[in-house]
Design a protein around this ligand. Structure first.
Ligand SMILES: *Cc1c(COP(=O)(O)O)cnc(C)c1O
Length: 358
């Protein structure tokens, strides 16, 4: 079975070496030596000073909302995974959806500005498919209206924008190290920030909001374990090779697909890309469904991602129309993309897609 993504696993012996160390130390969690080592290596790799390794890419968004003291309206994107708007609801804030740009499916700065009210406190934007949001325009709007900015960078590990890690933008950036992502620790997440005061708050929130007998606020458990950190230590040095293998497969799709009949999001200038996903947008949802059904008969499972447009989630109280996002969500399909995806499978996928679009 071929899925949209396949987790990379390091050589087992290498992982077992780390496990042996854990067995010797009998130190399993609570900011252990492997967690601290991984954080140190991530700081080096990303060039970011304030960062914390956490349990997943959802809890870090919750911690971000908490650490910035947000309680009211947060302007966010409808074109993302449900985690990025669920966290707003979970933290008892109000999601306000700003539609996306047809060019690259990231949040449209002009639409953000129109939605600002006196209750707006922050912008929570997603770097879609590993590509960057319009960070300069978002920054300017945030400064003008005194808003905080959080980036959900779950897709952007390894992406560099204008010489800086994609995860270094905004007041806070987050990343997911889930098994399906470009870099993973089975489950895991990262939060980065600029302000050391915020960094200290995040650190306390990660560990129940207290340090020994001193309680500062009600926190949560956002910690991750030695067992997970060990997977990260095995995988991190391989990220450049993994991205190169993705890039090669990306190029094969680019040359073999009939792109005159398919839309593709444009990569922002200045982006050194991580090749996280290969989305294609069909002319109609019917074409998408036909291609998906035929690939499934061949045991190939592409994924409708992102789908649905988050403003349409059934548990939201009021419907906020976002026509661009709703339209793209109906027509976009992510084709399988991972470092050891077989070349013949790419050939097969391209043939099936091309037959349906022509
Ligand atoms: C994967 C993902 C998340 C959630 O990350 P987890 O580590 O699975 O909690 C959040 N936002 C986006 C955009 C994602 O792709």
């Amino acid at each position: 079975m071929i899925n949209i993504t396949k987790s990379y696993l390091p050589p087992l012996e290498e992982y077992v070496k780390y496990l042996e160390g854990i067995w010797e130390r009998v130190y399993l969690t609570n900011n252990g030596p492997l967690v601290r080592q991984l954080e140190k290596d991530l700081k080096n790799y990303l060039g970011i000073e304030n960062l914390l390794y956490c349990s997943n890419g959802t809890i870090v968004l919750q911690m971000a909302i908490k650490a910035l003291g947000l309680t009211k309206e947060i302007i966010t994107t409808p074109f993302s995974y449900c985690a990025s708007s669920n966290v707003i609801l979970w933290e008892s804030c109000t999601p306000v959806f700003a539609d996306i740009l047809p060019d690259d499916f990231t949040i449209d700065p002009a639409k953000i500005e129109r939605l600002i009210t006196e209750d707006t406190e922050a912008i929570l934007a997603t770097h879609v498919y590993g590509n960057m949001c319009r960070v300069e325009e978002i920054e300017a709007i945030a400064q003008k209206h005194k808003l905080k900015v959080i980036y959900d960078g779950a897709h952007t590990f390894g992406t560099v924008y204008n010489g800086q890690s994609a995860l270094s933008y905004g007041d806070i950036s987050t990343c997911s190290f889930h098994a399906t992502k470009v870099f993973h620790t089975v489950e895991g997440g990262l939060v980065t920030c600029k302000d050391p005061v915020v960094a200290e708050k995040l650190s306390q929130y990660r560990s129940f909001g207290h340090r020994f007998d001193e309680y500062f606020d009600f926190g949560i458990n956002g910690k991750n374990s030695e067992i997970h950190a060990a997977m990260g230590l095995c995988n991190l040095p391989r990220v450049p090779d993994l991205i190169a293998a993705r890039k090669y497969r990306f190029g094969l799709y680019d040359t073999q697909l009939d792109l005159s009949k398919l839309e593709r999001p444009n990569l922002r200038p200045g982006v050194d890309y991580n090749y996280a996903y290969y989305p294609v947008v069909f002319e109609t949802e019917e074409k998408l469904l036909a291609v998906k059904a035929e690939l499934e008969t061949l045991d190939i499972f592409p994924r409708r991602y992102f789908y649905p447009s988050l403003n349409k989630l059934p548990f939201l109280k009021n419907y906020q129309p976002c026509p661009v996002s709703e339209d793209i969500a109906l027509r976009v399909l992510c084709l399988p993309m991972y470092p050891d995806l077989e070349i013949e499978i790419i050939d097969t996928i391209c043939k099936v897609v091309n037959q349906h679009v022509n």
